[in-house]
Design a protein around this ligand. Structure first.
Ligand SMILES: [Zn+2]
Length: 137
């Protein structure tokens, strides 16, 4: 008997999308030696050792997969950011403003409201991420 294709649930798709998006965020600016800088404190590490930091918490699905909102950051800064460390948050914000301008960062905040993603959104996103990751390698 032919096994039925495995149907993925939205949480599984979300996990897969998160993992892929994290790879894109952490590796896209890495040098040929795999080194990357923490967006907040500037420490240099292999991108595998950095994490995908969210300026606005990832409970918001629009911000969760925004390349403006997400940057490679070190585990230390990420932990502080999650616990609401003001210094890390300010540095994160300042660097985002330097990079995109204040208007863009404010817009991100305005978009910061519950935005539900459906199974089809995840599937579409995962397909796009696959292409991005292919281009990065
Ligand atoms: Zn850091």
């Amino acid at each position: 008997m032919i096994p039925k294709p495995k149907v993925q649930t939205p949480p599984e798709l979300r996990r897969q999308a998160d993992e892929m998006f994290s790879i894109i965020i952490r590796s896209q600016y890495a040098g040929v030696n795999g080194k990357e800088f923490c967006f907040v404190c500037g420490i240099c590490a292999n991108w595998h050792h950095l994490q995908c930091g969210h300026f606005l918490a990832r409970g918001n699905y629009k911000a969760r997969y925004s390349e403006i909102n997400c940057k490679p950051i070190c585990p230390d800064c990420n932990r502080k950011q999650k616990f609401g460390d003001k210094e890390v948050e300010e540095k994160f914000r300042d660097k985002l403003i330097q990079m995109y301008g204040e208007e863009e960062v404010e817009k991100l905040k305005k978009d910061y409201k519950i935005h539900k993603l459906y199974k089809s959104d995840y599937i579409e996103m995962i397909e796009k991420f696959k292409i991005r990751i292919g281009e990065l390698q």
